[in-house]
Design a protein around this ligand. Structure first.
Ligand SMILES: Cc1cc2nc3c(=O)[nH]c(=O)nc-3n(C[C@H](O)[C@H](O)[C@H](O)COP(=O)(O)O)c2cc1C
Length: 192
């Protein structure tokens, strides 16, 4: 079954490295026949949170916020590419995510975390797990933490070295788990 999947990434840094992992995920899921779109928080450019999407009267949210709301509502599943700043989440991705609530409901989310260090953003991964659950997503049990991000993926998002090999071994199972839950949720939604 071809699914509609959104891959979220949220570093605003000029020399950001996590985009490699986001590009890799988009490529891998697309190669499996799904319609996949990268949602790059920096490119979307939502303001620092003031009003959430739900706080605007219908039709009055800023265009970028409205467009993204439609994409989230229409998606079958989500993948969050989560970096780690000082043991926590990256603010750009958290800011984007907080603009929505009901729009996320009833779909699965997978977490791919990364960092420069060896723990692969594990602390950010845990923080996101709780947050996405609270927001109404079903966070799948399968996850991948990529350490040494620039030694694991080159600037084109191609796996390199031992870290890249580990990612390539783990990704098929991760993708299968995400798409299994996305198909299940889609089938349930179609009964409504
Ligand atoms: C503000 C800041 C805080 C960081 N904190 C951590 C950290 O807590 N743990 C870690 O493993 N790496 C940390 N790093 C290193 C990042 O994992 C690395 O720079 C990574 O490439 C950041 O993602 P990005 O390039 O997509 O922005 C930090 C980097 C920055 C800029």
């Amino acid at each position: 079954m071809s699914l509609s999947l959104l891959v979220f990434y949220g570093s605003y840094r000029e020399n950001r490295a996590g985009i490699r992992l986001a590009d890799y995920a988009v490529g891998q899921l697309s190669a499996r026949g799904h319609a996949v779109e990268l949602i790059d928080a920096k490119a979307v450019g939502l303001p620092m949170l003031d009003k959430r999407y739900m706080d605007y009267p219908a039709g009055e949210a800023p265009e970028a916020m409205e467009t993204l709301a439609g994409k989230i509502r229409a998606a079958d599943g989500f993948l969050f590419v989560a970096g780690e700043y000082n043991w926590g989440m990256q603010p750009g991705l958290k800011n984007l995510t907080d603009h929505y609530l009901d729009e996320w409901a009833g779909r699965p989310a997978g977490l791919l975390s990364y960092s420069a260090g060896r723990l692969g953003g594990a602390r950010s991964n845990s923080a996101w797990h709780a947050t996405l659950t609270e927001m109404g997503m079903v966070v799948i049990p399968s996850t991948i933490a990529v350490g040494g991000i620039t030694q694991s993926l080159d600037e084109h998002g191609q796996p390199i070295g031992d870290g890249g090999a580990a990612l390539e071994r783990g990704f098929p199972g991760f993708a299968s788990a995400l798409t299994w839950w996305a198909e299940a949720a889609k089938a349930r939604r179609e009964r409504d």
